[in-house]
Design a protein around this ligand. Structure first.
Ligand code: DHK
Length: 167
């Protein structure tokens, strides 16, 4: 079963009450339930976390090395400031999708720059909560395709060994 860690950055705990004209009326709990429901349909195990602390997000990204196949992250304001989060994603080397509820490219200039996108496989911005669901589908498909590719490009001997070790 694929395992994906979903990280929400600072102030996203206030979703539903925070600047509703920009971030909508859905709470983080409701958003997380929708992500969990889709994950069940896709047979993906998701681990959902929110933090207002940059260091905690870095630690969770580092920890994802062990046991996770990919990351979906809305780094929120840290998108525009955090070299530490970018470096953590680059260090673990897990396929990562960056998500934003609002269209950061239509907003203030300081939001146009993402330190994260250069180490992500893609960025989804401006589609509201649907962005997370599309990120999950996209990352799922990406991971399945790269697993398949690894299998077909593995040398014949190691494929035989892998088959032999299956119970
Ligand atoms: C969320 C935030 O909190 C902002 O700091 C980002 C992002 C945009 C979002 O749209 O989800 O600039």
């Amino acid at each position: 079963m694929l395992r994906i860690r979903v990280l929400h950055g600072p102030n996203l705990n206030l979703l539903g009450t925070r600047e509703q004209s920009i971030y909508g009326t859905l709470s983080l709990d409701v958003l997380d339930s929708a992500i969990t429901k889709l994950a069940e349909e896709l047979a993906v195990k998701v681990d959902l976390r929110q933090s207002n602390s940059e260091g905690e997000l870095v630690t969770w990204i580092q920890e994802a090395r062990k046991g996770y196949d990919g990351i979906i992250i809305n780094p929120a304001a840290y998108t525009h400031t955090s070299i530490a989060i970018r470096d953590a994603i680059a260090a673990v080397g897990l396929p990562t999708v960056e998500v934003h509820l609002s269209n950061i490219h239509q907003r203030e200039e300081f939001r146009h720059r993402s330190y994260i996108v250069g180490v992500a496989i893609g960025q989804i911005s401006g589609l509201g909560p649907m962005g997370y669901l599309l990120a999950l589908r996209g990352l799922h498909d990406h991971l399945i395709a790269s697993r398949r590719q690894k299998k077909t490009s593995a040398p014949a001997t190691s494929q035989r060994a892998a088959k032999g070790s299956r119970k």
